[in-house]
Design a protein around this ligand. Structure first.
Ligand SMILES: Nc1ncnc2c1ncn2[C@@H]1O[C@H](COP(=O)(O)OP(=O)(O)OP(=O)(O)O)[C@@H](O)[C@H]1O
Ligand SMILES: [Mg+2]
Length: 357
């Protein structure tokens, strides 16, 4: 196969990987919520962790990326979370896709039938599976990405919200029974709406924030794109790296797209276009709100990129929530702050209020 002229890199996440490993090395006592701004690398980090711990036979990892799963009903949930032993036979579970597509828990055919007929409690089935593994001295680990996609689904009969029940179940499995580690990655909007408002969950969970890359990591990366991305056609000089950092900061996805465009465009043109795009995005977001409440919020970010919750009035909470949903702001529940989602959007806000770039 012809090699790519730009490959995917994975830059220093040693500290975060160590934090995740240390969570797994202690007896389960809390759910670990991984949160952070859009495209900060949450899913990538989960996959890395998954690859690392699957080498160690001491763990049974159940990794489910719900972004890849079609979920509109309770039956879809059962399909995503459970797979029959027969289905599992012959299926090599060595790659991400197969792991995430074929569900999390292996069942015998009878239990599966009962689950599908809604005659078996899925939570009990999971608990039994965790107990069975514990007895064999294997630690079960559940990793769920895009957890908020379960929102809107209900348990049969009881009309209970599946997502809420599942979180309660995971609290019981971690804090109370210490049976299983649970790592949940999801959007910031989800944290505000479902976790942060629930004091019980807040008190029984651990939070880990995954931010964009630090300056020194971006510099190490871009100084050696030959090593990290297998790029041979061009190199980046110090002042060019500085310009990239100044425009998009440590946002891996944006850095990658700049590297891609550099094969056929000038750096200054690319960076100028990114800034203009972000001004347009902010203008559009404010324009959609005739009450000017959105504009009022963003105006506060002209001077500072991070603001504590006390900078706002209670009636602004809905619009702040919308800003998080629309990936304009991120919310850090541990620090209680709202910040602009990345450096390029900071340019967007500056350009909108001061002068177009
Ligand atoms: N440590 C890293 N080094 C280099 N590139 C990275 C790194 N982590 C993530 N990326 C790249 O950044 C992009 C976004 O990563 P990813 O999808 O994991 O983010 P995310 O936080 O899960 O996003 P979302 O908020 O949409 O769920 C991907 O293209 C990925 O390859
Ligand atoms: Mg993700």
């Amino acid at each position: 196969m012809k090699p790519f002229k730009l490959d995917i890199a994975f830059i220093n996440r040693n500290r975060e990987m160590a934090e995740l490993s240390s969570y797994l090395e202690s007896r389960p006592n809390a759910i670990l919520f991984l949160h952070g701004p859009k495209s900060s690398g949450k899913t990538t980090l989960m996959y890395r962790l998954f690859e690392q711990i699957k080498q160690e036979n001491a763990y049974e990892i159940n990794f489910l990326n719900l972004r890849e799963v079609f979920l509109t009903s309770y039956d879809d949930f059962i399909d995503a979370f459970f797979k029959s032993a027969e289905q599992g036979n012959g299926v090599k579970t060595g790659t991400r896709r197969q792991y995430s597509l074929f569900g999390m828990f292996k069942l015998d055919a009878f239990t599966e039938r009962m689950l599908k007929k809604k005659k078996e409690d899925p939570f009990l089935v999971m608990k039994h599976e965790f107990q069975r593994l514990q007895k064999k001295n294997i630690h079960p680990v559940v990793i769920i990405d895009e957890f908020h996609k379960l929102d809107g689904l209900y348990l049969p009969d009881k009309q209970k919200r599946l997502m809420v029940e599942l979180m309660n179940f995971f609290v019981a499995m971690t804090k109370e029974s210490h049976l299983c580690h649970v790592i949940i990655a999801s959007s910031d909007a989800f944290f505000i709406e479902q976790v942060y408002v629930d004091s019980k969950l807040r008190k029984t969970s651990r939070f880990m924030k995954l931010d964009y890359l630090k300056r020194e990591d971006v510099f190490t990366w871009l100084h050696d794109i030959k090593k990290y991305n297998k790029v041979r056609e061009y190199k980046l000089r110090d002042e060019e790296i500085e310009k990239i950092w100044d425009t998009v900061g440590g946002s891996c996805w944006e850095i990658y797209s700049i590297l891609e465009e550099l094969f056929h465009r000038q750096l200054d043109d690319i960076l100028m276009r990114i800034k203009r795009e972000k001004v347009a995005m902010i203008t559009d977001w404010c324009f959609r709100d005739p009450s000017n409440a959105r504009r009022k919020i963003l105006k506060l970010y002209r001077e500072s990129n991070i603001l504590g919750i006390r900078a706002f009035a209670p009636e602004q909470l809905d619009d702040l929530g919308q800003a998080v949903k629309d990936n304009i702001l991120y919310y850090d529940p541990v620090e209680g702050v709202y910040g602009v989602q990345g450096k390029s959007l900071e340019w967007g806000i500056k350009g909108y209020f001061y002068k177009p770039v």
